[in-house]
Structure formats: C-alpha cells, structure tokens
Design a protein around this ligand. Structure first.
Ligand code: HEC
Length: 127
C-alpha cells in the first residue's frame, strides 16, 4: 500500500469505529451530568419518582427536549438557566416536579460544558 492508500484506509477504519458515536456521546454526556450533580435532581426518562414517591425534583430531560426542541434560542436560554438557576416565582414545570427552582450550577459546571449538555438534552428523543 502506498502512503496515501494507508491514510485513506486508516480514515475509513476510524470512520467505521466512530460510527456508534451516538452511544459514546451518550456515555460522555451522562458522565458529565453525573459528575456535575445534575442527576441528583433529574432523570433522562420520564416516570421516575423523586424522594418519598413524590414527583421527581426536576423535569425528565426527554420532557425538556419535547418542550423546547426546535425553539429559537432554546440552547442559549437553557444554558443561562442552568448556569444561573431558575426563578422560583416563575416555575416552568410547576405541578409536574417537586422542586420549586433549580439552583445555579455555575459552581459545578463550566458554561461550555453546560451548553454541550443542553445541546445533548435537546437532541434526546421525547417519549
Ligand atoms: C438541586 C436540584 C437540581 C440540580 C442539581 C439540577 N437541576 Fe435542573 N432543574 C431543577 C428544577 C427543580 C427544575 C425546574 C425549574 C422550573 O420549574 O422552572 C430544573 C430545570 C432544568 C431545565 C429546564 C429549565 C426550564 O426553564 O424549563 C434544564 C435544561 C435543566 N434543569 C438542566 C440541568 C443541568 C444540565 C443540571 C446539571 C448541571 C441541572 N439541571 C441540575 C433542579 C435541579
């Protein structure tokens, strides 16, 4: 094989290996969510209960995707909410979650990471 062919072959193998990139992305994003403390209040899938059988503390992320996906500015807006917290007097999920508001997460996550996480959340398939 010539050098060029080897390069092309290597690229093809890499592309093939990277094909299930979605699963790898899922794992990386979940790891980030766990290490940033998000999963103490959130679940990915709806239906899970919070402590004492109450509704979950925060909304399931598939529900978040269903509500905001495709809306202009959703990534910016939600990234800001994740960083600075939500307004307890204007809850977006009142009656559906047991948490009144989300505290600011800027102590736990960088803005770039929060943005990546929100992008991933919005791309989840709503159930
Ligand atoms: C202490 C509990 C708690 C933690 C930790 C937490 N959240 Fe939340 N989150 C909430 C609650 C409660 C709401 C619902 C707020 C509302 O009703 O407006 C919420 C709402 C959200 C929303 C939707 C906001 C909206 O305006 O509809 C997103 C997106 C979100 N959280 C992502 C995250 C991410 C990412 C993390 C981790 C960096 C995180 N949350 C950590 C409790 C939490």
């Amino acid at each position: 094989m010539k050098r060029k062919e080897i390069a092309a072959f290597t690229l093809a193998v890499c592309a093939w290996v990277a094909a299930p990139a979605w699963a790898a992305d899922d794992a990386a994003m979940l790891k980030l969510a766990v290490s940033s403390g998000c999963m103490t209040c959130h679940h990915v899938d709806p239906g899970a209960k919070g402590p004492d059988g109450l509704p979950p503390i925060g909304p399931a992320w598939r529900d978040v995707a269903g509500r905001y996906r495709g809306k202009t500015g959703a990534i910016d807006q939600l990234t800001r909410t994740v960083m600075t917290g939500s307004n307890p007097y204007a809850s977006h999920w009142k009656g559906r979650v047991s948490g009144l508001a989300m505290p600011p997460n800027e102590v736990a996550i960088s803005e770039a990471e929060a943005r990546a996480l929100v992008g991933w959340i919005l791309a989840l398939r709503p159930t």
